[in-house]
Design a protein around this ligand. Sequence first.
Ligand SMILES: Cc1cc2nc3c(=O)[nH]c(=O)nc-3n(C[C@H](O)[C@H](O)[C@H](O)COP(=O)(O)O)c2cc1C
Length: 192
Amino acid sequence: MSIRLLAFAASTRKASVNRRLITRLAHLAGDQGAEINLLDLNDFPMPLYDGDSEEANGRPASADRLQALFASHQGLLLATPEYNGFFSPLLKNTFDWLSRPDTEGQSGMDALRGMPVGIVSASPGGMGGMRALPFVRLYLNNLGMLVAPQQIAVSRAGSAFREDGSLDDEGQDHALASVAQQVIELARLRHG
Ligand SMILES: Cc1cc2nc3c(=O)[nH]c(=O)nc-3n(C[C@H](O)[C@H](O)[C@H](O)COP(=O)(O)O)c2cc1C
């Protein structure tokens, strides 16, 4: 049985460099036999988390739809922008909503706990978003997710990709393939 992986960038920007990076990572995971579902968070709009709004309206339908996708996949590939040394508010808001009970009252944490995840970042700057990655790791660990040891940060991302979508730096493209490999291996270990 092939491993099914979700993939998305925590940026909804049209020209997002993280979307380019997640597209490459998804491709490399596909090359290794995984079945990839590459999502666009524009299709899962959620208001900024607010407890009063949750009490009045429940969790947004987008969070329920995304949770169902988490439940039907065995791993996640995630690319995040770095904002002031931290990960994007979109990432935080999306997972905060996911961690809340669904409309049936079932804990949203159930779909996240134990799920393997590979984290990467891209930035036009010289550090590629590497300062954000430890915080992503910590945050996802707090949600019970299993973050793969390998991670990469792609700097000068505006000129880092070839026309075919691969990274110009072959060593880094290789390291990206290792992120995919580790997530697939963790998912296999967990699901047999
Ligand atoms: C509020 C804000 C803070 C930023 N802080 C950083 C930063 O700390 N490090 C960095 O490398 N880039 C930083 N950037 C630049 C982003 O990396 C850049 O906008 C990038 O293109 C965002 O990712 P995306 O293209 O996937 O949307 C910042 C951008 C914004 C809007």
